[in-house]
Design a protein around this ligand. Structure first.
Ligand code: C5P
Length: 405
């Protein structure tokens, strides 16, 4: 079986002696069914020629950001969008440093910055350079942003040193890539996700809301897209962008989120309710700005609130329903409350997170969660929301699959 059938891989080659292995890497990726396009830095061309890579990949090799002919054929942004995965092998210490700090001074760094595809590096460098705290910090920074590192391996180096820094062997790199693209687990599936907060209007200028940033929902949307799904996000007001391939429906109140979800849900296979929906809304929205009444000198104002519909429970109650996943933000007895919520709302899975814990949850870039289902309790350690989202999507896809069996 070809494990990379129809996958589009951009292979970036930077200037290290391990570049000679990249020629074989192209072939072995192709053996698994991948289409490969090669981008070379100036340094890499001292080790291996573009002509070799062009002949092996069957595609023109891109080397220059400012080459009008190459840009006319497939420009760097087009290449960034084309890729399902961008792999840089070998990745030198210099390349890692430039990538970690967002440089875009050549074609490869620009492409890495512009792509929304999975980014994988195979570091290759002298052992002392690898161990250097600067490189280690760059490795951490890249990891935090969801960049995957394959290797380096340990052993004898081209310079005669022994230690970590060798580029992994080609077969291990191919294996690693296959593992990272665990086929398109959601290919052909439609995923509907709610994300962000809702705003419940009091009058034309004021509203009730919460601190949800939408980051977890958007990370899930991106992970679902990368897993091959057609994704629709029903989003409360957030300051986030998403890939053009994701259809985004902007809403504000819980009622408008409810309506949008029910318009979209009919052909969804998976519904993920990640939004922090306000439980209550003002009973009436005043047509004009509520005034402080100077004559009466009231020190308090009574608001009357009414219950909002529970969107995720209403989807779970549909006769023809998708696989339904909810979230539970709790501050104590996280697993206990979440388990109860899952049953009460009729959900297939619930993702529980402790919003009282430092550095995770609302508004943070990281999260740590426990997923509960019937006979399932799986915890995921603290990680960036994008890394976590990939693991969650993988779990949801597998659970959906076993549900159908
Ligand atoms: O009951 P609670 O708000 O804690 O439940 C959280 C889960 O329910 C989340 O998945 C959230 O998106 C969903 N929810 C909803 N509609 C509501 C309230 C919560 O879909 N009105």
């Amino acid at each position: 079986m070809q494990r990379l059938a129809n996958k589009r891989i951009v292979l970036g080659i930077t200037g290290g002696v391990a570049a000679y292995k990249s020629a074989d890497l192209v072939r072995r990726l192709q053996d698994q069914g991948a289409e490969v396009r090669v981008v070379m830095t100036r340094g890499s061309q001292q080790f291996i020629t573009p002509l070799t890579l062009q002949a092996l990949s069957g595609n023109p090799v891109s080397t220059d950001l400012l080459d009008p002919a190459a840009e006319a054929a497939m420009g760097h942004i087009e290449l960034a969008r084309w890729a399902d995965l961008v792999m840089v092998a070998p990745a030198t210490a210099d390349f890692m440093a430039r990538l970690a700090h967002g440089h875009a001074g050549d074609l490869l760094t620009t492409l890495c910055l512009a792509t929304e595809a999975r980014l994988v590096l195979a570091p290759a460098m002298n052992q002392a350079m690898w161990r250097n705290p600067a490189t280690q910090r760059n490795r951490e920074l890249l990891g935090e942003r969801g960049v995957e590192l394959l290797g380096p391996g340990d052993g004898v180096q081209a310079c005669g040193d022994m230690g970590p820094g060798r580029m992994l062997e080609v077969v291990d790199l191919v294996d690693g890539v296959c593992g990272l693209l665990p086929s398109l687990l959601l290919a052909g599936k439609r995923v509907l996700i709610t994300a962000g907060p809702t705003r419940e209007a009091l009058d034309p200028v004021r509203y009730l809301s919460n601190h949800s940033s939408g980051k977890m929902g958007y990370a899930l949307a991106e992970a679902a897209r990368q897993a091959g799904a057609e994704v629709v996000v029903v989003s409360g007001p957030v300051s986030l962008g998403c890939a053009t391939a994701i259809r985004r429906i902007d809403v504000d109140s819980a009622l408008s989120m409810y309506d949008a979800v029910h318009r979209e849900v009919a052909d969804a296979d998976l519904f993920i309710a990640c939004a922090a929906v306000a439980d209550y809304r003002p009973a009436t929205v005043q047509p004009h700005k509520i005034k402080k009444d100077a004559a009466v000198q009231e020190d308090s104002l009574q608001l009357s609130l009414v219950r909002n519909p529970d969107i995720v429970a209403s989807v779970a109650a549909l006769a023809a329903r998708p696989f339904v996943v909810g979230f539970a933000a709790e501050t104590r007895d996280v697993v206990g409350y979440a388990a109860d919520k899952r049953v009460r709302k009729g959900l297939d899975l619930i993702v529980a997170n402790d919003v009282a814990a430092q550095g995770i949850g609302f508004n943070s870039d990281e999260n740590a969660v426990t997923v509960l289902g019937k006979g399932l309790e799986q915890s995921f350690a603290q990680a960036s929301k994008s890394v976590l989202a990939r693991s969650l999507i993988e779990l949801f896809a597998r659970q959906m699959g076993s549900n159908q069996n």
